[in-house]
Ligand binder design. Structure first.
Ligand SMILES: Cc1ncc(COP(=O)(O)O)c(C=O)c1O
Length: 438
């Protein structure tokens, strides 16, 4: 296994300059300085090659610089770069039509384009309040929804996101997310943990602190991302849908990380057989161009002219990149995420047998979490070994990112093939052994 001499001299020089001018708030993990990328491979400024199992936090859905995406960007840039949301243009309309086509709604769809995940979430909060004329929400412990004031109110994965930023938005009550590996509520024998959470909302939250008829929406990541790549049990979403219907509450699926084909379906909530009322999207939607979307049932998006807007919404270059991205996902990459993702999960489960530090491997498609523990019986989180594995993987040519307390996320571009998975897992296997041996 080849150990790279990283960071090299050029990377070090760039980082020195960065430290002098760039905001110190960014949570940089290790000193990778990108030069260029192609598909699942990336190169740093010193010429070192890496496999990218992070995809720029699950963003480079079609891989780095996919030729169709590059061409679409170039062609649009030649024509015009911006006209503002006060006017119309073809790519914006075409993309909204495409998103409506792939949306999971039985009824017609409406689309509002944004510039980021957090802006999509802010839009969802405002729309839910407008539509229901109610002001309260429910969010989930461990959830991540962004860093603007409304979105961080829901974000509950680390206190750092909120420290010294209070006061936040009013009216958000957090409840446990159904993490089957680490349940925090007691269970009756045979009870589905997802259904148990809904029972808790009904019996504890709605009967003691929050009138159900004043709740506008429940905002949930169908598979928690930043919180630890956690897949809820099968009973959760059907029970949540029923709860929302019973009380006239909007079910808002935050698909910023898990959506756009990453789980082998356009929207991760489709894995649970449930239709939401609102979807928030971003990240993989345009292969890295800054674009997001608020996608809703037509009847839900009933806000009037002038009530919500933005300057860059529907940016033509971002729309062109998104159309090329959706085309590539539709024509093979979504299926690849399903098939090669399942293969990756199986291989990681085999790897778990060889490594006592791996407590659980879980996920759907190319959204897989590897949870590190002090020992498999106590399930005590081991963030130190996780951090060592992430850093060693970088030194041996594999980019990964952590999430949760002690989890590594495997979220490669959706084009990643079996050979690349094999190469990446070989590095991972090797560095986990190194980390386990101190
Ligand atoms: C589920 C989810 N929602 C929202 C966001 C915020 O997106 P952005 O960083 O584009 O604002 C993220 C980002 O990681 C996310 O994972």
């Amino acid at each position: 296994m080849k150990h790279l001499k990283v960071p090299g001299p050029k990377a070090k020089a760039f980082i020195e300059r960065d430290l002098k001018v760039v905001s110190p708030s960014y949570p940089r993990g290790y000193p990778f300085v990108m030069d260029h990328g192609k598909g699942t491979e990336v190169w740093d400024v010193d010429g070192n090659r890496f496999l990218d199992f992070a995809a720029g936090i699950a963003v480079a859905s079609t891989g780095h610089s996919h030729p169709d995406v590059v061409k679409a960007i170039q062609e649009q840039a030649e024509k015009f770069i911006h006209i503002s949301s006060d006017f119309y243009h073809e790519k914006w309309i075409e993309l909204s039509e495409k998103l409506a086509e792939i949306s999971p709604f039985q009824e017609d769809t409406r689309v509002f384009l944004t510039n980021s995940g957090t802006e999509s979430v802010e839009g969802a909060i405002k729309l839910a309040r407008y539509h229901t004329n109610r002001s309260n929400f429910i969010g989930f412990l461990g959830g991540f929804h962004g860093r603007t004031i409304g979105a961080i109110t829901f974000t509950a994965s680390k206190p750092n996101y909120k420290r010294r930023f209070f006061p936040l938005m009013n009216g958000v009550t957090h409840v446990p997310f159904p993490d089957p590996y680490r349940p925090i509520l007691n269970l009756e024998p045979g009870q589905d943990y997802g259904e148990r959470i809904i029972e808790y909302i009904e019996e504890q939250v709605f009967e003691k602190i929050l009138p159900a008829d004043e709740v506008a929406g429940i905002l949930v990541e169908p598979i928690q991302g930043e919180g630890g790549y956690i897949v809820p049990p099968a009973g959760f979403f059907p029970a949540l849908r029923k709860l929302c219907d019973k009380h006239g509450i909007l079910l808002i699926a935050d698909e910023v990380q898990a959506g756009m084909g990453r789980t082998g379906k356009w929207w991760s909530i489709e894995n649970f057989g449930v239709e939401p009322d609102i979807i928030t999207s971003a990240k993989g939607i345009a292969s890295g161009m800054p674009l997001g979307a608020l996608i809703t049932k037509k009847s839900v998006m009933n806000w009037p002219k002038g009530s919500h807007g933005n300057t860059y919404g529907g940016n033509p270059i971002a729309c062109a990149a998104s159309l090329a991205t959706i085309n590539a996902i539709q024509n093979g990459y979504m299926e690849n995420a399903r098939v090669t993702g399942t293969y990756t999960l199986e291989k990681l489960k085999e790897m778990q047998i060889r490594h006592s530090s791996i407590g659980e491997v879980r996920g759907i498609g190319f959204m897989i979490g590897i949870e590190f523990v002090k020992d498999q019986q106590s399930k005590k989180s081991d963030a130190d070994i996780r951090d060592r594995v992430v850093n060693l993987a970088y030194e041996y040519g594999l980019l990964t990112l952590g999430c949760g307390k002690s989890v590594i996320r495997v979220s490669p571009p959706l084009c990643t093939n079996k050979e690349q998975i094999g190469e990446g897992l070989e590095i991972l296997d090797y560095v986990i052994s190194l980390a386990e041996n101190g």
